[in-house]
Design a binder for this molecule. Structure first.
Ligand code: PBG
Length: 334
């Protein structure tokens, strides 16, 4: 660090460059742009919108509304949307069979979006069983254990029906071992060689997913159970690098760190170590806490949202999944 010290006070005054907006803009190292944003949306099988109490400002969208959202994303210049289904409880089963129904809500939604906006918007689909299982786990449960290899078989099938529906990016969020390779091979065999794989590579067992589980209706199913046997412990840093290394070796095109704000060190290490497109997910609980404090008047919603998003860029993220995406796009184009 001393190498970089140009001189001592008063010759060096770091405040000189901070004095005017033009100067602060000129020396800015990091920049947030609309091109960095991915908008996660929740869909429900009916029409119209349904509020989600723990995600103020985010609604579950009917298939009619989700097409409007996709068009809005295109108009705003947001590159991609990620679609998450709120599966009706009567369609949830122990084997999560609805996950591989080619006519399920996600597939219908993807087809509707693609018909409306074509290639002007990337469509990302999660691969995991939790929106479809009665136990709320991301995989198949046998004797209380989330079984890895059998789950991976299901995930391959889920991948193919979603790719057949027109999904551009498959995003495995399940954290089973070996799933990226299996999914990549399945895509290649099915002729989907151009479908991208965005791996939720370093995904932590986090309490910040609470509002998402409300949104897709899996919280009740999961009950008090945790996902600690497959998602990473928040204590782990090196392990995140191992996860990323394996996922890249298995064929991931891009990798993701999740959640975001408590894991900026991981974003930074992943980007610095691998130099591959690195995404970060500012998850539901992060959005909820900033929104709630904004509603209470304790924090300035716009300022904290933009600051948190810029922080991801500074840490090294190439793109950000955030529920603030449409608002942020509007703020950025003001
Ligand atoms: C499903 C999945 C989750 C999220 C994205 N995909 C929840 C979980 O793993 O329990 C969380 C996203 C958020 O909280 O915004 N596997």
């Amino acid at each position: 660090m001393t190498d970089f010290v140009r001189g001592l006070f008063p010759r060096t005054r770091l405040r000189r460059l901070r004095r005017f907006d033009w100067s602060r803009r000129l020396v800015a190292e990091s920049m947030l742009s609309i091109d960095d944003l991915i908008w996660p949306v929740f869909v429900h099988p009916g029409s119209g919108t349904q509020p989600i109490d723990s995600l103020p400002g985010v609604d579950r969208l009917g298939t009619d509304r989700v097409v409007d959202a996709a068009k809005r994303a295109v108009d705003l210049g947001i590159p991609a949307i990620a679609v998450f289904p709120a599966t009706p409880p009567e369609l949830k089963t122990a084997d999560a069979a609805e996950a591989i129904n080619p006519n399920n809500l996600v597939c219908q939604t993807v087809r509707a979006i693609k018909q409306a906006v074509g290639d002007s918007l990337g469509v990302i689909c999660d691969v995991a069983l939790d929106p479809y299982s009665i136990h709320g786990h991301d995989g198949i449960v046998r004797d209380g254990d989330v079984v890895n290899d059998e789950t991976v078989d299901m995930l391959r099938k889920q991948t193919i029906i979603q790719a057949d529906a027109g999904c551009d990016v498959i995003a495995p969020s399940d954290m089973m071992d070996g799933r990226i390779g299996a999914i990549r091979d399945a895509l290649e065999s099915a002729g989907h060689n151009n479908v991208q794989v965005m791996s939720y590579a370093a995904k932590y067992a986090s309490a910040f997913y609470g509002p998402f589980r409300d949104a897709v209706g899996s919280k009740g199913n999961l009950g008090g159970a945790s996902k600690k046997t497959y998602q990473q412990s928040p204590a782990q840093g090196d392990e995140a690098l191992q996860e990323v290394a394996l996922d890249l070796a298995e064929g991931a095109d891009t990798v993701m760190v999740k959640p975001g704000m408590p894991y900026l060190d991981i974003v930074s290490r992943v980007k610095a170590t691998f130099n591959v497109p690195t995404f970060v997910y500012q998850v539901s609980g992060e959005y909820a806490m900033l929104s709630a404090a904004g509603q209470l008047g304790w924090l300035d919603r716009k300022q904290v949202a933009l600051e948190s998003l810029l922080g991801f860029k500074r840490a090294g993220a190439d793109g950000i999944l955030t529920y603030f995406a449409p608002e942020a796009a509007e703020w950025l184009s003001e």
